[in-house]
Design a binder for this molecule. Structure first.
Ligand code: DGJ
Length: 327
């Protein structure tokens, strides 16, 4: 009898653990193929052929405190993610000493050079170094080797965001405390930041941009450290602006449902286009347990709204999504 129970338990455990996921559940633990909570905080996603790669801050417990890590996960449907490996394990790339910072990694692909180019926020403990770092790899799942660091356009840069337009041109969004929020074009080889498309005079970080139905939408959060705040958006017909005033993306009293933007992911299928708001619910004293808030945005004619987080599913072929809980 005891034996039968053990077998049933093991079967139950393994089927639950390895079952295909059919939904995205904002704010819940999000297990990878091994049942471990996904560690890709402050992340970014690129699609290569039919595979999505999600890179982010690896913050699992037990890491070597002298190293900084970036993880890489792969998925075909954006719901089931397979941990590839930590594609960055760096010690002190610029002699910053213990406690140096690597945040918000974003990876771009250059089809001519066939290089994967990672940008990340590189800083010291006091956040006064304020640079971007670049690391390069020959394949999506690493290893990425550190190349250089600099201040984009000579300006201090903290949070970074990534935007790739419909024509493939690549942009870096970066927060410059004195001047504002830059949306800057990368050079063709992706190895430098060429010029500002827009410098929006607003104190915003966690920058994200999407091009949807002939309008550009930019989202940013206020500067409140790890604490959530009401994220806001503006629109423009061109990346060069002019941008509208900033408006709330969600009821302000929810503080963006306790989250902070990191990217918008556009999924274009055979029937519809869904734009996913990808955000972090930070837990600064237990970062390994920080959660993700992903929800399809309601976007219509210059208006953008983040609906109340609820479980939902996505059909990657049609681009249609379904909210699985009514209230
Ligand atoms: C807010 C940023 O968005 C995060 O990436 C991180 O830099 C924290 N600030 C640090 O306080």
């Amino acid at each position: 009898m005891k034996y039968i129970f053990t077998v049933i338990n093991i079967l139950f455990f393994t089927t639950t653990l390895f079952a295909q996921r059919t939904s995205i559940e904002p704010g819940q633990l999000w297990p990878d193929q091994n049942g471990n909570h996904i560690q890709a905080h402050g992340g970014g996603i690129i699609k290569i052929k039919k595979t999505y790669y999600w890179y982010g801050e690896e913050r699992r417990q037990g890491l070597d405190p002298n190293l900084r890590y970036v993880s890489c996960y792969a998925s075909k449907d954006l719901m089931n993610w397979t941990f590839q490996k930590d594609v960055v394990q760096m010690s002190d790339p610029e002699n910053l000493g213990p406690g140096w910072i690597l945040e918000r990694p974003k990876v771009y692909y250059q089809p001519q050079t066939k290089k994967y180019v990672m940008y990340f926020h590189l800083d010291n403990k006091a956040y006064s170094y304020a640079r971007v770092g670049i690391a390069v790899s020959d394949s999506a799942n690493g290893d990425f080797k550190f190349v250089k660091s600099f201040r984009p356009l000579g300006r201090p840069s903290r949070d970074i965001g990534q935007f790739i337009d419909n024509d493939g041109s690549a942009y870096l969004i970066f927060e410059d405390r004195e001047l504002g929020f830059h949306i800057a074009k990368l050079s063709a080889d992706l190895m430098s930041v060429e010029k500002d498309m827009s410098l929006i005079k607003a104190s915003l970080e966690g920058g994200a941009v999407v091009h949807y139905d002939s309008l550009y939408y930019v989202i940013g959060s206020a500067l409140t450290g790890w604490k959530p705040n009401p994220n806001k958006y503006a629109t423009a017909k061109s990346l060069e602006g002019p941008w509208t005033d900033f408006r709330d993306i969600a009821p302000p009293e929810t503080n963006t449902y306790q989250s902070q933007s990191t990217m918008m992911v556009k999924v274009t299928g055979t029937k519809s286009t869904t734009v996913i708001f990808m955000a972090d619910q930070w837990k600064p004293s237990a970062q390994w347990d920080s959660r993700y808030l992903w929800m399809p945005l309601e976007i219509n004619d210059g208006k953008l709204w983040l609906p109340k987080p609820r479980p939902w599913s996505l059909n990657i072929k049609t681009g249609l999504f379904k909210i699985l809980q009514q209230k």
